[in-house]
Design a binder for this molecule. Structure first.
Ligand SMILES: NC(=O)CC[C@H](N)C(=O)O
Length: 315
């Protein structure tokens, strides 16, 4: 019997994974360096899947909003590629960093060009690109509206308290931005690019909303519900490649090894996962592992992928 026929139904698999995760006591540690994130209840767990054939399946706390943090970098990269195309790659690299998300060490050797768009330095450059011709408020509005459009949900908001909390404690991000400015790789004042960056990291979404927003990446760049193209099929593949190689910082290799699909994590404990041709997935568990990725979120996606026989390397 082919593997797929032995796989359980997706709704059963989600329920099973959520029940198993609810039992676990080893939940990792909630990020506290952004004070507002330290207040989140570590017992939360949610998971959602939106399939290309239009099913929306959820389990656990899938409708509770959380801070998407670095997951927003997938959407800002998509928007910035739409604005400037491949010229973007002159200012941001495409290699895994092998370093923590907020590391400054490679920037000196590499003349202020961040390794990839998903580490903080890279995302700050992307924010600078999105600022071109705009006031920060307009650039932030454009990002939020793009995510609302992708998720087909205009109730999605920015959590101003999280944004303020990040700005108040974002000394490393200020250091990264100032350092890149000294190399000429920021075209606007560092505080303006950071204003955009802090606000897009502070977008609050539920697993359901996030899985909806990721649909175009699972469906060759097209919204599966409307058939409308968000990006070309080639661009969707390339964004997926960036997620696979860089989406979990210095834990990217381990996530690819264990889960086998493109994913993007955030320190709020969320992960967006893409099963090309099949489904967009979102999981949330606020406790993080040593690399700053959701501990139970990664384990849940690993289990789900194994149960469903999902991997981009599966024959
Ligand atoms: N890994 C993350 O989600 C980090 C994003 C967070 N806003 C920061 O700049 O530190």
């Amino acid at each position: 019997m082919p593997e797929l026929e032995r796989a359980p139904k997706l709704d059963q698999a989600l329920a099973e994974v959520a029940a198993e995760m609810a039992e676990r006591t080893d939940r990792g540690n909630v990020a506290t360096y952004i004070p507002q994130l330290g207040k989140v209840d570590p017992r939360k767990f949610g998971i959602a899947a939106v399939t290309n054939d239009g099913r929306v399946l959820v389990a656990g706390d899938a409708d509770q909003v959380f801070s998407i943090q670095s997951i927003s970098k997938v959407f800002t990269l998509t928007l910035a590629l739409g604005n400037v195309g491949d010229a973007l790659w002159q200012r941001v690299g495409r290699e895994p960093s092998g370093n923590p998300f907020n590391s400054i060490v490679q920037l000196e050797h590499e003349n202020g060009i961040p390794r990839n768009p998903f580490i903080n330095a890279g995302a700050i450059v992307i924010s600078d690109i999105l600022l071109a011709g705009h006031q920060p408020r307009e650039a932030i509005g454009e990002i939020l509206r793009f995510i609302q459009f992708l998720a087909d949900d205009d109730t999605i908001i920015i959590d101003r308290e999280v944004a303020a909390s990040e700005r108040a404690t974002g000394y490393r991000n200020f250091a990264l931005a100032n350092y890149m400015k000294s190399f000429g790789n920021l075209h606007h004042a560092p505080e303006l690019a950071l204003g955009v960056y802090f606000h897009h990291c502070a977008i609050a979404m539920s697993c359901r909303q996030l899985a909806m927003a990721g649909r175009f990446l699972a469906n060759g760049g097209k919204n599966p519900a409307t058939g409308h193209s968000v990006v070309s099929a080639e661009r969707a593949r390339r964004i997926g490649a960036m997620m696979l190689t860089c989406g979990h910082y210095d834990g990217s290799g381990d996530f690819a090894f264990r889960v086998g699909i493109p994913g993007k994590s955030g320190v709020g404990g969320g992960i967006l996962g893409i099963v090309p041709g099949v489904a967009s997935l979102a999981v949330w568990s606020p406790g993080l592992n040593a690399n700053g990725n959701s501990k139970l979120g990664s384990i849940a996606l690993e289990k789900l992928a194994r149960m469903m026989n999902w991997s981009i390397f599966a024959p």
